[in-house]
Ligand binder design. Sequence first.
Ligand SMILES: [Zn+2]
Length: 386
Amino acid sequence: MSSPRQVTFEITAECPVTRARTGLLHTGHGVIETPVFMPVGTQATVKGVPQDHLYDQLGARIILANTYHLFLRPGHEAIRRMGGLHRFMSWPGSILTDSGGFQVFSLSELRKITDEGVRFQSHLDGDMHQFTPESTVDVQLALGSDIAMVLDECPPYPVTREYAEVSTRRTVAWARSAMAHYREKIRALPTRHALFPIVQGSMYADLRQDCARELVDLDADGYAIGGLSVGEPRPMSLEMVELSEPLLPRDRPRYAMGVGMPDELGEYVARGIDMMDCVLPTRNARNGCLFTRAGKLIIKHSRYKEDQGPIDPTCPCSACRTYSRAYLRHLFQANEILFATLASIHNIQHYLDIMREIRQAIRLGSLPEYLHARRSIENAADSDLE
Ligand SMILES: [Zn+2]
C-alpha cells in the first residue's frame, strides 16, 4: 500500500545531454534546491561549524546525521523528549538520517548479521544492541528525521558473488519490512517523514539492477544508491550509478550515499543524482587540506608561512574574507581549534558553491561544458597533495 508523499519533488530543468536535472525538494522543514550536497553532522553537529553559520552564511538547507551515533549517545528517546533532533540541535533546515547500518559495519568490532537484523557491540562502552529494519525506522522517527533510510547491508569491496547475492537479497527483504512498518507508523504522525530504500548489489551489475527493480515496487518517496566509496575504483562507482539510475522513477529524488570529491559531484549529477553527502570537506579541513578553485591546498606547506593572500581569492566565505594563508597555517601548526572551524567553513562553502554552479549550468544547458572545464582543472591541480 502506498501512502501520501512525505517529501515531494519537482523537476525544474533538465540537461538536454546528460541525465542531470534541477529540482525542488519539499520537506517538513523547507525547500531544498537540488542537486544538493549535504554536509555531514555525525553527532548532531557539522564538526566545528555552528548551525547559524551553516544556515545563514553558508546557505546549507539540509544536513545528514548518523543514527548509530545518536542512538548510542545521547539516545533517540532522550532526543525525542527534547523535541526531536531539529530542536535539540537548533537546526532550522532539513535533516536526513542514515539507518545506522553503515556504522555498525564499519565501527563495531563485534557484530552478527541475521535475516532479522544486526546485533552489535557499542564502540563506546561495549554494550550489546540490535538494529532491525523496524527498530531503525522507530529510532529515526524518534529523531524526527525529514528523510530516513532503511536498514541495509553495505558490503565491503570486494566481496564474492555468492556473498553479494545473499547480502543484496537481505537488503531487499529488510527494505520491505522497514517500509511496511514505516507505513503503519507514519499514519499516526502529524509530521512528515520520508523513508528511502537503498540500492545495493556490490559491484555486480545484474545484482544492482535486480535490487533497483525490486525496490521500485515499494513506491518510495525517493531512492538511495549505497555501497559506493567503499574502496572500489572510481570509474566502477560511477558505472554502478549509471546502470541503477535509469531503473529508478525519474520523478523521485535519487541520493548517492557517501560521495564524493569536489570533481566527482558533477559526474554523479550528470548520471541523474540529486543528493550527495560526504565527510570529506570537513574531515579534510581538519587535516589541513583545503579545496580551492586551483585544486587542493595543503596549508602546512612552508610556502604559505608568510603568504598574506586568502585560501582562495574567489571564495566568499568568512575565512577567505578575513584571514590570510599565513595566519591559517599558524593556527594549524599551533593545533588551535579555530583552524578546524575556519577550514571547515571554507571547504563547505567550496562544496556548496560547486553545487550552485552545477545547478546554474543545468539551467543554462551548459552542464557538459562545465564538466569538461572541471575535469581539466582537477587534472592540472593535484600536485599540492604530494
Ligand atoms: Zn573560503
